[in-house]
Design a protein around this ligand. Sequence first.
Ligand SMILES: [Zn+2]
Length: 463
Amino acid sequence: MKYWIKGGTVVSGSGSFPADILVADGKIKALKSPGQTGEWKTEAGEDCRTVDASGCLVFPGFIDAHTHFDLHVAGTVTADDFATGTRAAIKGGTTTIVDFATQYPGESLAEGLANWREKAEGKCSCDYGFHMSITEWTPQVSREVQDMMDAGVTSFKLYMTYDTQVDDKTIFQILRRLKEVGGITGVHCENSGLIAALQEEAKAAGRMGVGSHPVTRPAAAEAEAVGRLLRLAQIADTPVIVVHLTCREGMDVIRRARERGQKVYAETCPQYLLMDDSLYALPGMEGAKYVCAPPLRRPEDEAYLWQALAEGEIQTISTDHCSFTTAQKDLGREDFTKIPGGMPGVETRGILLYTYGVETGRIRPEDMCRLLAENPAKLYGMFPQKGILAPGSDGDIVVMRTGVSDVITASGQLQNVDYAPFEGWKTTARVEHVFLRGILVVQEGRVVREKQGRYIARGRYSL
Ligand SMILES: [Zn+2]
């Protein structure tokens, strides 16, 4: 099937311009200025369907490089698996996700990757790849890093907290190894010792409620870990990615590392741009819906992150989608440390960023394109196959209608959760049509084709 996407404004990382797009055989065949209709007719041929994009912004398919589907956490498993999670993703304009395969204790990286490929195989409605979370470091695992690179798993994940954490020596050795093979790692930065001590104090004082969550994971714990990571990376002489950056303190540490010449990439998420820690003071278990790590910060941090985005200091916005139902959140009713951490978000990232970023003038459509598509494609080794609307690229396309008014509700979402963190929030954009490798998967806001996603073997980072 061929499509002629007609009348829209095509957005790239460097500019926006009126253009029609011809999609054929899964790829973008050509972009033409609207005046070139004559040539089109011959080129497109008989079996070409026209999709009206007039009045719409046309983006490259969004990439969400931070999702957790079908993940066992804290004695339970995330509410979204690869089927429900990726269906929600395409409805929101995300045509590629990069999830986290995890090496469990005693496992090889190959076993970890095989487990996750099995979880995803045949279920995904968008394209998918994996980062590899390394939790144990041995000479054998070090050798396997090259196998991962060869399998298209070219980015890794390290935790400085949780039971998956690796110590400083290990982080350093892994960074050295990644430099050798041309890989890169994202790191969850929080000081685990400080958090453990603060949690003990809170519990000893009987402060077991949700309100203890942000208090025991302060911005200082994040900033300290970011600083430590960046000093390790300085000596290892290799770039790193700080994932889900939340606060001014962390941003400032990154800025200082850049000033001394280091290459550091930063990711943030919509929740850190749009919500603050006052939500943890909501009555009962209401605040548990917003428990994630690092936690939501102060309104000043949100403003600081928006500023950093506008200035190009943050490269990507992912979601850290890690969904649990309110019943699962209730596991922590008596003890805040037992609340499963994370929230859904894969479905609403695009419309939120448009409404609260572009519409408010905080960022431009071109910034949004870079943050959601172009930069993650480059950073995670998928460019120019993905992340850009250009001849030869995959036909991953989002037709977004703007100037409409809508409201986010749990009842209207595909995410497999009984609440929406952004319940009641107004939006001014709608994801009208989505193409995945030239297949029309979302039509007029409804998912019309499922399970068309494929595993994407990725190359080396190039941002
Ligand atoms: Zn995460």
